[in-house]
Design a protein around this ligand. Structure first.
Ligand code: IPM
Ligand code: SF4
Length: 475
């Protein structure tokens, strides 16, 4: 019997079988950020343990940093500056590299790690952050951990991990115009539930995944955790190699040749057995938008808020009722056309260059509707520079978007900036829980294309229709 990709990566990293369904795994990379990584560094210092391999650990300043132009260490979050300075000092004491505020390489950890060549196919990558699974888009085995586990991983370069069940999600066929990886993952979660992947490592595969860019695969894997999966990943292929080649910390010369030969092994065998398989026909995927307060509360943008009778049971109906009250929506209401107050493009889900390009394609020559506050936060300063090199910032600024420095920003409310009480926001982020983007803020998750089209319309909008309108009509 063959092995799945995850089983192969697992056995490459297994140090010991602990006999109770858990294994001790070798950890190749430990990533930290100032919000939870700071706690790990502090714990380590307090217990007098050293970092085993400082060169295999990296810190990114991303979660609570200010993203407004001209920023320094000061943050909008009360007490945030102290957090940043303590993290910096802790990392320096431990000899760990920091991608810091003011540097060309700063950004969101899950964007920075792949673009630096830190996460690579076949490596185990951990970070005290639930969206570490994003990096599975490269074919790494990457998962989120807690701060204490991060301290343990820093001290020992190992972690105890429960063996996950194996799931494969195959996307058959091809995506239609205006439909992208964000719609694929929202479709999966809406169809199979926000708990659909619980206990599983999910391999995304099939022709539509092969056809995605590496950045698109990262979007797909980013929300594996919103599907309750332990992680998500895609087998590396020629596109992956091309994307990694030449990155600052990627292998070079003979090491590169050896890595490429090794990575060719990183695929599920044809006779591998998965505990569960889901097959999705891409012809069934439309641009998605959420109506409620869970990523599973998602529907095609040209449909309506579901009726309570459609809930799978009484508990779900109660959750729907509460979600609708929070979102100020009623069953049967159309989603397209719903007036919005804000539009946000950013986060580790959708803030890479391809995301900004997709949004700019819709925004070019058009203006954000009056009364809509629109913000774009590139995922890293490198993404920002690359976007500026091709003039995308002008497209965003001319349209009326704010063009920010990199960070998590308004993806989640950490006591800093937010859109405001009861504001309705269409957002490329991954979580729409109550108060996620600020007290009372109503978040509608969608793709960069849908967010851009909606910002122009001033309402939730279907880019497939919007893109057909002449620019002049939208100014
Ligand atoms: C603050 C951090 C621990 C958190 C996470 O784990 O995901 C954040 O990044 C988020 O997206 O909610
Ligand atoms: S961008 Fe948002 S989802 Fe991603 S790590 Fe930051 S806070 Fe979490």
């Amino acid at each position: 019997m063959g092995s799945t990709l995850v089983e192969k990566l697992w056995s490459r990293h297994r140090v010991a079988d602990l006999g109770d369904g858990t294994d001790l795994l070798y950890v190749d990379r430990v990533l930290l950020h100032e919000r939870t990584g700071s706690i790990a560094l502090k714990e380590l210092a307090e217990t007098g343990r050293a970092v085993r391999h400082p060169g295999r650990a990296f810190v990114c300043m991303d979660h609570i940093v200010d993203t407004r132009p001209g920023r320094g260490d000061d943050t909008v979050m009360p007490g945030g500056t102290a957090f940043i300075r303590e993290t910096r000092a802790g990392a320096a004491a431990a000899g760990i590299h920091v991608f810091d505020i003011g540097q060309d390489d700063q950004g969101i950890v899950h964007v920075v790690s792949p673009e630096q060549g830190i996460a690579l196919p076949g490596l185990t990558v951990v970070c005290p952050d639930s969206h570490t699974c994003t990096q599975g888009g490269l074919g790494a085995l990457a998962w989120g951990i807690g701060s204490s586990e991060a301290a343990h991983a820093l001290a020992t370069q190992t972690l105890v991990v429960r063996r996950p069940r194996q799931m494969r999600v195959r996307f058959e066929g091809a995506l239609g115009a205006g439909v992208g990886p964000k719609d694929m993952i929202l479709h999966l979660i809406a169809t199979h539930g926000a708990d659909g992947g619980a206990g599983h490592a999910v391999e995304f595969s099939g022709p539509a995944v092969s056809a995605l860019s590496i950045e698109g695969r990262m979007t797909l894997c980013n929300m594996a955790v919103e599907f309750a999966a332990w992680t998500g990943l895609c087998a590396p292929d020629a596109k992956t190699l091309a994307w990694i080649d030449g990155r600052p910390r990627a292998p070079k010369g003979a090491d590169w040749a050896a890595a490429v030969a090794d990575w060719a092994e990183l695929r599920s065998d044809d006779d591998a057995v998965f505990d569960r398989e889901i097959v999705i026909n891409c012809a069934d995927i439309a641009p998605y938008v959420t109506w409620g307060t869970s990523p599973q509360h998602a529907v095609p943008i040209d449909s309506r808020v579901p009726a309570l009778e459609e809930a799978r049971d009484a508990t779900a109906a109660t959750a729907w009722r509460r979600a609708l009250a929070y979102m100020d929506l009623t069953p049967g209401q159309s989603l397209a056309g719903l007036p919005i107050d804000g539009a946000f493009i950013g986060s580790c889900t959708n803030s890479r260059l391809s995301d900004l390009r997709a949004a700019a394609e819709v925004l070019r020559g058009r203006k954000v509707a009056p009364g809509v506050r629109a913000i774009c936060v590139p995922g890293s300063m490198r993404v920002k520079a690359a976007a500026e090199a091709e003039g995308l910032h002008t497209v965003f600024l001319d349209a009326g978007f704010e063009w920010r420095e990199s960070g998590c920003s308004m993806c989640f409310f950490a006591g800093g900036e937010h859109f405001g009480q009861s504001q309705r926001v269409v957002t490329t982020t991954n979580r729409n829980f109550e108060n996620r983007q600020g007290p009372g803020t109503r978040s509608h998750l969608a793709s960069p294309t849908t967010v851009a089209a909606s910002a122009i319309a001033g309402r939730l909008a279907d880019a497939r229709v919007q893109a057909l309108l002449p620019p002049a009509a939208k100014a």
